[in-house]
Design a protein around this ligand. Structure first.
Ligand code: ADP
Ligand code: ZN
Length: 741
């Protein structure tokens, strides 16, 4: 049973002067407040509500509880002129709260990310031509007034720039009364995307898929679609047609991307199709940009928003289409704070808004694949690459066989002879190559040869990773850093530290030794991010322009990018994902390697992918080598079905954490004992989490496995009510967990 929708209460119920106000805080529910005499705020209205000795924004949520006497109620002031949150957004917030077992206020906090958006709009001063002409004129003055005569209002610096004069000239004209001030809104309006700016000629398959989606948009009712197309088949072009249709229908569009790293390239691509960039929404926006975008979404000025998962909670008044690109990505699952899956909640939002949702991927999640197979989603397939491009050939390199012989002068540790031969050939042909290893830094483990000491993080159960360029060791979980030591801190012997295993920096080092003339760059989140979001794409851009030959990168290079000259992809360690970790390890490994393989040969020249593995017989490796994606999915599906794993059964996790390890283990034990008996429900644990220590917090886990028909939320609620948890211990609920760390 799914939680029921909370319908918007009828307006007559809301006209009472006492209302329930939801505050953006993790409180149990809405609090009662009085409204000032004469006002009647409906659901969604923004109010300033006193709480303790502060005042905060709240939202009228519904009728009052009536548990507090009228005379003791505080007054919430409706915010003058502030637009209300759309009723459907309020319904969505309730739904997400019910489903994820988070307090609704914690979800509301994600929807009220910009307080400033509700305050009266600020203005800026600009100048237009007045009727006065000053007696003393100069060439500069004449030019300035000529420019200003077009009627446009410009700032002092803007006008100075347009007329090519100094700001002093403009100020002089203001003083003389020749330019008169006028008030403009703080922000220039968003430019409107043009549905027919540069529409592509679609091929037959593409046109068919586009037709289904544009019809769905025109129908203005809920429908779900899986746009399942091989890498390079033109999924983006195809869903852009649905975007164009929504624009024609005067509806807004939300496009969710898994990572900010992908947005910049996407914005440009969108502009090439629609003439202007869309609005963007992610954590790198400044307060000001946030205010501008939030407001523009709310008043309908922003027609298309591209964003990370948090954009799901923006106040669209007329949403007509939701797109989730790379829908299989785990980054859509928010693991901190309120735990929710943005892809799943995007489908819910579309249902509440009564509009279509499109999930796009070349390697769908097994959940979406099953939904498409069963007909719950329409299955739109693009089976070939657009134009002349073919799918790349995938070959396995068996690392157990391929070693440098004794006669080779320079021995390789990470790049086997066949991979080196292929690199040589590619470079000689003037083409580009990519080396992929999903591990940042130089080496994942450093140990002392003399005493066996391993460098671990003091706050996490994790090794410290050497970063050679930064000359530091870093914990990839909490960010703890240490300058690279020269001696072992335990036995103090000098020169005994050895780096174990490769990270991208180490692969790059070996590559440079073998190919001294080649131009290469490393791309990983740490080397890209520290330059700031604007420059984030540096190495990727150089690679796209052909200014470097080889890109050596982590998963950040695996997705979404289109490099026409890239013909060789070498996967340094295809076994890294592991196939016997958690439930989704095989699926994830397949998706990642398939995605990274999909970077090769996307234009005229055919692509080659070399996977270095120690398990060439493994089903994932075999499926990749044979290009048998659906075979892999069918196998994975029957495996999940046999074990009643999602989507054929349900999972939920409790993660108990806190600084006091004994208290954490105690609560975990109590919860373990208190698990209610219910049909078709099994509870596993408690056990220490994979990261038993994370950021100084001890962590224990419990896992609930339930049949498909079980009301997991009701089960969890009943269970959690039995144990009193002290404030120092946190119990996080993760419904439909996707990772098990
Ligand atoms: P996917 O998202 O499926 O990997 P893309 O949408 O990125 O594929 O398309 C791959 C490349 O092919 C892009 O450069 C895109 O512009 C081009 N392309 C796809 N379809 C068309 C088309 N109908 N006309 C022109 N170019 C196309
Ligand atoms: Zn750490």
């Amino acid at each position: 049973m799914r939680p029921r929708l909370n319908p918007t209460p009828p307006p007559e119920l809301l006209q009472k002067p006492v209302v329930g106000v939801l505050l953006p805080l993790p409180l149990a529910g809405a609090y009662d407040y009085k409204l000032p005499p004469g006002s009647n705020a409906a659901r969604g209205a923004i109010v300033a509500a006193p709480l303790g000795n502060r005042e905060m924004l709240g939202v009228v949520w519904g009728t009052a509880e009536g548990t507090v006497g009228d005379n003791r109620l505080k007054v919430a002031e409706p915010l003058e002129g502030a637009p209300a949150l759309p009723g459907k957004l309020c319904d969505f917030i309730d739904w997400v709260a019910d489903y994820t077992l988070n307090p609704p206020g914690a979800i509301l906090a994600m929807a009220l990310r910009s307080r400033g958006a509700f305050e009266p709009e600020a203005h800026r001063t600009a100048y237009v031509r007045g009727s006065v002409t000053p007696p003393r004129m100069s060439a500069a003055r004449t030019r300035t007034l000529e420019i200003a005569s077009d009627g446009l209002a410009r700032s002092i610096s803007g006008l100075a720039e347009d007329a090519n004069v100094s700001a002093a000239v403009v100020r002089g004209l203001v003083q003389a009364g020749a330019l008169i001030p006028t008030q403009l809104p703080e922000f220039a309006p968003f430019k409107q995307p043009d549905a027919s700016f540069a529409a592509p000629q679609l091929n037959t398959d593409q046109a068919e898929a586009a037709k289904v989606m544009t019809d769905a948009v025109a129908a203005k009712t809920f429908s779900a679609h899986l746009l399942d197309g091989v890498t390079g088949s033109g999924k983006t072009e195809v869903y852009f047609e649905a975007v164009a249709e929504a624009l024609k229908q005067d509806r807004q569009v939300l496009i969710l991307l898994p990572e900010i790293a992908l947005t910049l390239q996407f914005l440009e691509r969108f502009a090439a199709r629609f003439g202007v960039r869309p609005a963007e929404w992610h954590s790198d926006l400044s307060q000001k940009e946030r205010r501008r975008t939030y407001r523009a979404v709310m008043n309908g000025e922003a027609r298309v928003v591209v964003g990370a998962r948090s954009s799901l909670f923006l106040p669209f008044p007329e949403l007509g289409l939701v797109i989730v690109d790379e829908e299989h990505e785990q980054a859509f699952k928010q693991q901190e704070g309120a735990i929710y899956h943005a892809r799943d909640m995007a489908v819910v939002r579309a249902r509440i808004e009564d509009c279509p949702v499109v999930l796009a991927s070349a390697t769908p999640s097994l959940e979406s694949y099953v939904n498409a197979q069963s007909g719950r989603y329409t299955h739109l397939k693009l089976v070939s690459r657009h134009g002349v491009a073919e799918m790349p050939e995938v070959r396995l390199i068996d690392l157990r066989q391929e070693r440098d012989g004794p006669d080779v002068e320079q021995k390789a540790q990470w790049l086997s002879p066949p991979l080196r031969a292929a690199l040589e050939k590619t470079l000689a042909a003037g083409e580009q190559a990519m080396l992929f290893l999903n591990r940042r830094g130089y080496a994942p483990l450093t140990l002392c040869e003399a005493c066996g000491h391993k460098f671990t993080c003091p706050h996490c159960s994790a090794w410290l990773v050497e970063h050679k360029y930064k000359r530091r060791m870093a914990c990839h979980q909490c960010g703890y850093e240490l300058p690279m030591p020269s001696a072992c801190p335990q036995c103090h012997e000098p020169g005994t530290l050895i780096a174990c295993g490769p990270g991208v920096e180490r692969v790059a080092e070996e590559f440079a030794a073998f190919f001294p003339g080649a131009r290469y760059a490393i791309a990983s989140s740490d080397t890209l991010m520290h330059t700031g979001p604007g420059e984030m794409q540096g190495p990727l851009r150089l690679f796209a322009r052909g200014e470097i030959d080889v890109l050596i990168g982590t998963q950040i290079v695996a997705k979404g990018h289109h490099f026409p000259q890239l013909t060789l992809v070498g996967v340094v360690d295809a076994d890294l994902g592991g196939s016997d970790g958690d439930l989704r390890a095989r699926e994830r490994t397949f998706q990642l390697l398939h995605q990274v393989s999909g970077r090769a040969g996307r234009a005229e020249k055919p692509g080659l992918v070399l996977l270095q593995t120690r398990n060439p017989e493994d089903a994932v490796m075999q499926a990749l080598a044979r290009g048998d994606r659906d075979g892999f999915y069918e196998q994975e599906r029957s495996f999940r079905e046999a074990s009643a794993s999602p989507p054929f059964g349900r999972l939920a996790a409790l993660v108990i954490s806190g600084h006091d390890g004994d208290a954490v283990r105690d609560i975990a034990r109590q919860l373990g004992k208190a698990a209610p008996n219910a049909r078709d429900v099994k509870v596993w644990g408690p056990t220490p989490a994979f990261y038993a220590l994370l950021r100084g917090q001890t962590r224990e886990r419990l896992l609930v496995q339930a049949g498909r028909g079980v009301d997991v939320q009701a089960f969890l609620k009943a269970w959690l009510a039995t144990v009193k948890v002290p404030a120092a211990v946190r119990v996080a609920v993760d419904v439909d967990p996707v990772s098990f760390f």
